[in-house]
Design a protein around this ligand. Structure first.
Ligand SMILES: *[C@@H]1O[C@H](CO)[C@@H](O)[C@H](O)[C@H]1NC(C)=O
Ligand SMILES: *[C@@H]1O[C@H](CO)[C@@H](O)[C@H](O)[C@H]1NC(C)=O
Ligand SMILES: *[C@@H]1O[C@H](CO)[C@@H](O)[C@H](O)[C@H]1NC(C)=O
Ligand SMILES: *[C@@H]1O[C@H](CO)[C@@H](O)[C@H](O)[C@H]1NC(C)=O
Ligand SMILES: *[C@@H]1O[C@H](CO)[C@@H](O)[C@H](O)[C@H]1NC(C)=O
Ligand SMILES: *[C@@H]1O[C@H](CO)[C@@H](O)[C@H](O)[C@H]1NC(C)=O
Length: 511
């Protein structure tokens, strides 16, 4: 065994031998934050050095030489203005050009080209959306032995829930994780945030295990591998895979998937005290971080997954990653949170489950750490009922904070709704031959990014902030303490938050 001194010496030697130029670290991966910005948002400040979702997805398909794995909720890269059932119906070619529909076409073409190059492609998705469901992945796979397409219905396994992760893995090295669906509108008509990691085989390998596990589920008979049990943690009777930790230890089956540790005396999935962290150096060319900061390999990064039954090794659950990103805030520091949806409960379950994990974490840091927490939630044509009440409940923490002269609470939570202009004029241009007056296609003009950033840690995910996304729905997060990613993600948030498109949610009056 090497002595610790020798090891330190070797590490120092290694550092001093490497020039401190971005991109020059041996074995380092490169990273960029990725956005989609809807057209017609002239008052939104652009953050320099951020890539666009369309170009990143196109490059990932374009660069793939051996394999490409894609997890999608649904597919609609090709606009369908001719299809009366489509939310694109009735818009002209000129409209679609203005909407940026060509970007979706370019990504689809890059996928077709990769299929032609005999890249081994695996496409895994939920059942898709109206009107064409799984037509695109099916077309890509049709007649191509190197392209495989499967539909996985998580409702068969968790009673409700869907594949909601948006993940691309190219050549087991390059990764996209973010909010953008495989949909042309997600590239230019919906506000999205993601992260692109290039040349990161260590992280990609872990993500591939998650992918393989989902792929395995799609070939298993769910009836033989699920149980409906009383879930003590969430006080509800619900269907879970038979290896779930929500089932008492002695009654659990052996998981057909890659396992993680067994925890016999515990119900549910407790917080892991030392979750897996990657210590691969990450360089960021899209952001100029101060040269006085330590070397890039000092910053840990992680993956997180939902639902918890799909965890392995010591990878943390998506919920833990969100909670710990909020709690990573320094005393007197700030946390920024952006999501399409926010509900302190479940939405799609038989019994309604109360869920205070995130609002508690926020209240805890505004109380004891005097943190400032800014929460930005979408306001659009399809808001979840109850959103306003749950946000006002969160704002009530400000009143509790000041409720006693003995409190030393000086933190504050603020909430804004994000209204992308045109949000209330979406839908097909023609319905039954009648002009609707809609100016944008259906399901557009919305803030769809899902991320949190404190002053030290950034988390970019695919899960909306509603119970179901953490316990019955497939989701993936990537987080890091890299100061460049932290600072640039703060800039992205602040550009939105300080824009005229973000409007404060008014607190309920104090009694
Ligand atoms: C980083 O700094 C260089 C040199 O000052 C500048 O040319 C470049 O635009 C900067 N990049 C970003 C993303 O700010
Ligand atoms: C491969 O990726 C790089 C950026 O990572 C991009 O500049 C290049 O255009 C991509 N190649 C193809 C064929 O898409
Ligand atoms: C793709 O998957 C869908 C849904 O499972 C299926 O209906 C279709 O036949 C598949 N297409 C090909 C070419 O495998
Ligand atoms: C799944 O398993 C159940 C119970 O063993 C059986 O009745 C059913 O036919 C199986 N389904 C398939 C598709 O094999
Ligand atoms: C759409 O929203 C804007 C901004 O809130 C508002 O001024 C306008 O009246 C709304 N239009 C409709 C049709 O609701
Ligand atoms: C269009 O017309 C058909 C037949 O009259 C009707 O069933 C359908 O509901 C109409 N669709 C809409 C969106 O109004």
């Amino acid at each position: 065994m090497k002595s610790p001194c020798l090891l330190v010496f070797l590490l120092l030697l290694e550092h001093s031998a490497v020039p401190a130029i971005a991109g020059a670290w041996p074995g380092s991966c490169k990273t960029w934050l990725v956005q989609s910005i809807p057209t017609d948002m002239p008052l939104l400040t652009r953050v320099p050095g951020v890539l666009s979702s369309g170009e990143v997805l196109r490059w990932m398909a374009g660069n793939a030489t051996r394999r490409l794995d894609v997890i999608a909720q649904y597919w609609q890269f090709l606009a369908q203005p001719e299809n009366p059932k489509s939310g694109d119906y009735g818009f002209s070619e000129a409209d679609l050009d203005e909407f940026g529909a060509n970007e979706g076409r370019a990504v689809y073409k890059a996928l077709e080209d990769a299929a032609e190059r005999m890249v081994d492609i695996r496409l895994l998705q939920h059942s898709g959306v109206f009107p064409d469901f799984t037509q695109e992945p099916s077309d890509l796979a049709s007649g191509k032995p190197n392209v495989h397409n499967v539909t996985l219905l998580l409702g068969d396994w968790w009673g409700s829930g869907i594949v909601h992760a948006k993940v691309w893995i190219s050549d087991s090295r390059d990764i996209y994780i973010g909010s953008a669906n495989n949909d042309w509108k997600s590239l230019t008509q919906v506000k999205e945030v993601g992260i692109y990691l290039k040349g990161c085989p260590v992280i990609a390998k872990h993500l591939e295990v998650y992918f393989d596990n989902l792929w395995t589920l799609s070939s298993l008979n769910s009836t033989e591998h699920t149980r409906t049990v009383w879930d003590k943690t969430w006080q509800a009777s619900r269907k879970v895979p038979c290896w779930s930790h929500f089932i008492p230890f002695k009654q659990r089956c052996r998981s057909p998937l890659r396992h993680y540790l067994e925890v016999p005396q515990v119900v549910g999935y407790p917080i892991i005290t030392d979750p897996d962290m990657f210590h691969v150096p990450i360089v960021m060319t899209g952001y100029n971080i101060s040269s006085s900061l330590p070397h890039p390999e000092y910053y840990a990064s992680y993956l997180s997954f939902a639902p918890p039954e799909l965890l392995f090794d010591r990878i943390q659950a998506d919920e833990q990653a969100w909670v710990e990103t909020i709690k990573s805030v320094r005393y007197g520091g700030s946390v920024r949170i952006s999501s399409m949806d926010w509900l302190g409960q479940s939405r799609y379950t038989k019994q309604t489950i109360y869920w205070s994990s995130l609002s508690s974490a926020i209240s805890e840091v505004i109380f004891s750490k005097n943190a400032r927490v800014n929460v930005l939630i979408a306001y659009w044509a399809h808001n979840l009922e109850g959103t306003d009440q749950h946000l006002k409940s969160l704002l009530y923490s400000n009143i509790l904070c000041k409720s006693s002269k003995y409190n030393k609470c000086h933190g504050k939570v603020s909430v804004k709704y994000y209204r992308v202009p045109g949000f209330n004029k979406t839908g097909a241009a023609l319905i039954n031959g009648t002009a609707t007056g809609n100016t944008y296609p259906a399901f557009t003009r919305v803030n769809h990014g899902k991320y949190a950033v404190s002053d030290v840690r950034a988390h970019v995910g695919t899960s909306n902030l509603v119970w179901d996304y953490f316990y019955t729905t497939a989701g993936v997060g990537f987080g890091t303490y890299h100061p460049g990613v932290v600072a640039q993600l703060q800039d992205i948030f602040d550009a939105d938050w300080n824009s005229p498109y973000a409007v404060p949610v008014e607190p309920i009056a104090a009694a």
